[in-house]
Design a protein around this ligand. Structure first.
Ligand code: 5AD
Ligand code: SF4
Length: 489
């Protein structure tokens, strides 16, 4: 594994953790792993990679915390609340450990990367701290904790993509799966901790992505979501960081595969597999990607396109490299190429210096787009980011809350506007599983990602069915299945 020169830290803490060693108490080849994931889909996907690595070390996963020999928590640092939730969970693990002293606890993911060995000092329950690029080192790190030492590896890599590992599908519905295609982010939005916790952008070999998708199809999966912090910057030229493309040979540059190319490759290699992707970035998304979506019937008509703010002044302060007008033009182009494309957003309320006028700009942009749905947050200052260094977190909490509520209320209105457009129409739905509220109903999604609930009849999970839409709330469509579509089989 090549280690980049922005290597952070690798520490094996020699402090002995007491005499009750895990080796003494559990059968090494039949240990139980309990893994909990927080935050973005990438973390959930990474946990599947971790489960796969640990399966070869004799760990079987369990969903019962009390029977675990090793507890791992895959963490998120994106907002302060995400971190405090994890700290609360660690308290719960601590209570369990009191009755099971040989249980070991590891922290994975973004909090591990951000806090490094400080986590061992702050949270006494933690035995092991492992950053998002260091999971292949887990067998060694576990050996360390087995011998009673704490272990830390938070080295960020320039080429680790885990492309060679077949994930163990956790909590799977057997129909939809996550496939990671890029890691890291080079965009440096000033509010965001991700470039620090996940390192620089790297792309995964397209052949290994296509192979994973093919294997998923063989196993019965019918939908994949291609994952990356910023999928539009996907670029494969034989490996290495995106920023090092200049150093590539002419042949490498000429045969490079970009995101549009990857989408086409996956869509063609599995023409009946539904393909989704997340997350797009307005400054990096090309119209070639949108045209490729339109060209292949199996690429879903949905784009998650975070905007963060509708104010040019705030977008600039966020280091988002597009204006409100450019974003609106992109939306117009998407709608002219794919008229019924579902579009969703991420928006932050109360970024430093945000005025009432900036906030109204966000509301008016939302009115323009009328997003199908969205994820809305109030600004949370993250240590080490440009915004934390340069800008005072000066919007009072009460104002942040009020603006966030206005954004949420407007989004709810737009959600209902969008779901009502479906009434009386017939939509193709992929059945994912039973509805959470009723065992007599299936739940699935339209291509545009809207949830549909309908009576089960003789259909089964994994079927593509036509559903006639009869009713809706702002979040859900209700209807009746009227037959299988030609996509089955
Ligand atoms: N405060 C609030 N929200 C944030 N996000 C990222 N960083 C922060 C922060 N510091 C939101 C953005 C991003 C989503 C994943 O999380 O909207 O798109
Ligand atoms: Fe964070 Fe911006 Fe990268 Fe998204 S694009 S992960 S918000 S830095």
């Amino acid at each position: 594994m090549a280690i980049a020169n922005y290597t952070m830290e690798k520490v094996i803490d020699e402090s002995v953790q007491g005499s009750a060693l895990i080796t003494d108490l559990a059968d090494q080849n039949n240990r139980k792993l309990y893994i909990e994931s927080y935050g973005c889909q990438m973390n959930f996907s990474d946990s599947e990679i971790v489960a796969s690595i640990l399966a070869t070390e004799g760990f079987n996963t369990t969903d019962q915390l009390e029977e675990a020999d090793l507890v791992l928590v895959n963490t998120c640092s994106i907002r302060e609340k995400a971190e405090s939730n994890v700290r609360k969970r660690l308290e719960k693990f601590n209570a369990v450990k009191k009755t099971k002293p040989h249980m070991r606890v590891g922290v994975l993911g973004c909090m591990a990367e951000r806090l490094k060995s400080k986590l061992l000092e702050e949270e006494k329950i933690v035995d092991m701290v492992v950053g998002p690029d260091a999971y292949k080192d887990l067998p060694n790190l576990i050996r360390e904790i087995d011998e009673g030492r704490n272990a830390v590896n938070v080295i960020l890599s320039k080429d680790e993509t885990y492309g060679d590992i077949a994930p163990v599908r956790l909590n799977s519905n057997g129909v939809t799966a996550l496939v990671s295609i890029t890691r890291g982010c080079d965009n440096m939005c000033t509010f965001c901790v991700v470039p620090f916790t996940r390192g620089r952008e790297r792309s995964r070999d397209p052949q290994s992505i296509a192979q994973e998708v093919n294997e998923l199809w063989e196993q019965g999966y019918r939908e994949v979501t291609l994952l990356g912090q910023n999928v539009d910057s996907y670029l494969w030229y034989g490996g290495g960081l995106k920023k090092d493309l200049d150093k590539a040979s002419e042949i490498q540059k000429a045969t490079a595969v970009d995101f549009a190319g990857l989408l086409a490759l996956v869509a063609e290699s599995q023409p009946k597999m539904r393909i989704r992707f997340s997350t797009s970035n307005p400054q990096d998304m090309t119209l070639e990607v949108v045209r490729t979506m339109a060209k292949y019937q199996n690429i879903c008509s949905h784009i998650h396109l975070p905007v963060q703010s509708g104010s040019n002044r705030i977008l600039k302060a966020m280091n988002r490299l597009h204006t409100r007008e450019e974003y609106m033009t992109l939306i117009d182009n998407i709608r002219s190429i794919i008229p019924d494309c579902g579009i969703s957003q991420d928006i932050i309320a109360g970024f430093p210096t945000e005025t009432e006028k900036d906030h109204r700009d966000t509301l008016s942009l939302m009115d323009y787009v009328k997003y199908d749905f969205g994820f809305m947050f109030s600004y949370s200052e993250r240590p080490g980011t440009m915004a934390a260094k340069k800008l005072k977190d000066d919007v009072p909490e009460t104002i942040k809350k009020k603006r966030l509520q206005e954004i949420i209320d407007l989004q709810r209105k737009h959600c209902l506007y969008r779901t009502k457009q479906y009434l009386g129409k017939t939509e193709e739905v992929l059945i994912e599983g039973s509805s959470k509220k009723s065992d007599a109903h299936w739940m699935g999604r339209t291509s545009a990602n809207t949830v549909v609930v309908f009576p089960k009849k003789h259909y089964k999970a994994g079927d593509f069915v036509n559903v006639k839409i009869k009713d809706c709330t702002s979040a859900t469509l209700f209807g009746d299945a009227v037959g299988l579509t030609e996509n089955n089989g």
